[in-house]
Write a protein that binds this ligand. Structure first.
Ligand SMILES: NC(=O)c1ccc[n+]([C@@H]2O[C@H](COP(=O)([O-])OP(=O)(O)OC[C@H]3O[C@@H](n4cnc5c(N)ncnc54)[C@H](O)[C@@H]3O)[C@@H](O)[C@H]2O)c1
Length: 371
């Protein structure tokens, strides 16, 4: 199969759909890859590495879309890219169609086979192609929180780990799932006093077993959150109700009880955020202050560490990319129910029920679409 990797064109997106190592695997499987010149530069992989991996470098995205049987990307195709898609072409990338009717319409009209990273499942009902980005965002959260706590950034001038004779910062993590557990790993490592709040007993037990006395676990109630937030230097929002808006666990009234210069890093901002006062921000202007509390609400945190994120994403996507190339999309999707769960649009038909529901459109099941 001829697989194409265009350069990402979304604002401030430096990741790339395939690393040189992933391209080398593809070539080893007997396939060919065309990569747009400069596609990997933002994540630290120059063109020469792709050439050494066996890729053919081409000048434009137009050529990639015109020639490739499968296009592997990171972000959803923008309007310009959507116009380049062809009937029967495979598109494998994050799509996030539920809030995006124009993209949904364009992908249906394209006749392409569009498989979304974010709806691919695994045997434990998890989302394996979303997990690596939650891991990245979770591990990044204490780092950006520590920076925001610096005086010059508007924070209260507290060092996360303290020093001998001076107390460490209090870090409260709301949600102890993937991103929360990874945030805890880094915050504990930095020497902070860390408390994780969750309403899942399993999550709390897992964390207690993993960290022992290095971390406190607290059951999530309004009262427990109000108490902890009042004493916190850094609050990390890492909750998720799958498919739904994040619950507003930190209210505006709670902000008044917080320390001046305390910081909230709301990872859950991509689902609306778990603080009433959270609104999305960008890497170029990541924070703002409400009632003396610094808010960091960047909706694409992994973009800040494009290289780490690209490698983590590729490790998760590569087995699926290879299956699609080796078997062809129809057989690969028929054989693997988890990859099939990623099928959002197939040859002019919408095949993802939640997306159809979000837009009031008709959907057919992936099974029906595959015949
Ligand atoms: N901002 C970014 O760049 C970025 C990057 C990656 C992921 N995310 C987002 O981070 C959020 C968390 O993702 P995840 O993969 O860690 O989810 P997850 O499902 O692994 O964990 C969520 C946790 O929240 C807990 N929870 C739910 N309701 C709660 C409540 N009322 N009180 C306390 N805990 C509660 C759940 O029990 C679960 O343990 C998601 O919205 C995800 O999309 C954002």
């Amino acid at each position: 199969m001829l697989v194409g990797v265009p350069k990402e064109i979304k604002d401030n997106e430096f990741r790339v759909g395939m690393t040189p190592a992933a391209v080398a695997e593809l070539v080893h499987h007997g396939h060919a890859a065309i990569v747009e010149k400069g596609a990997g530069v933002g994540s630290g992989s120059p063109d020469e590495e792709y050439a050494r991996a066996g890729a053919i470098l081409v000048a434009t995205a137009e050529e990639i879309f015109a020639r490739a049987e499968m296009v592997v990307k990171v972000k959803e195709p923008l309007a310009h890219e959507r116009r380049l898609l062809r009937p029967g072409q495979i598109l494998f990338t994050y799509l996030h169609l539920a809030p995006d009717l124009p993209q949904t319409r364009d992908l249906i009209a394209s006749g392409a086979i569009c498989i979304a990273y974010e709806t691919v499942t695994d045997a434990h009902d998890r989302l394996p192609l979303l997990t690596p980005m939650s891991e990245v965002a979770g591990r990044l959260a204490p780092q950006v929180g520590a920076h925001a706590l610096e005086k010059a950034q508007g924070g209260r001038g507290v060092l996360l780990g303290g020093v001998p004779g001076v107390a460490a910062a209090n870090v409260v993590i709301l949600g102890g799932g993937v991103s929360g557990a990874h945030a805890a790993t880094i915050a504990v490592g930095m020497g902070a006093n860390v408390t994780v709040v969750d309403r899942s007993h399993d999550a709390l037990r897992r964390l207690a077993a993993q960290f022992g006395s290095a971390l406190k676990t607290v059951y999530s109630t309004r009262a427990s959150i109000a108490d902890l937030v009042g004493e916190a230097d850094l609050v990390i929002g890492a909750v998720l109700l799958p498919g739904a808006a994040a619950p507003k666990l930190v209210t505006r009234a709670m902000l008044a009880t917080m320390r001046t210069g305390a910081v909230i890093v709301d990872i859950a901002i991509d689902q609306g955020g778990c603080c009433e006062t959270s609104k999305p921000t960008t890497h170029s202007n990541p924070t703002y202050v409400v009632d003396g509390v610094v808010h960091y609400c960047v909706a694409n945190m992994p973009g800040a560490v494009a290289r780490t994120s690209t490698f983590a994403l590729n490790h998760a996507t590569l087995p699926f990319t290879l299956a699609l190339a080796d078997k062809g999309w129809r057989d690969a999707l028929k054989e693997d129910p988890h990859l099939r769960a990623g099928l959002n649009v197939c040859e002019g038909k919408l095949t993802c029920a939640p997306v159809a529901e979000a837009h009031g459109l008709e959907a057919v099941s992936p099974d029906a679409a595959l015949g």
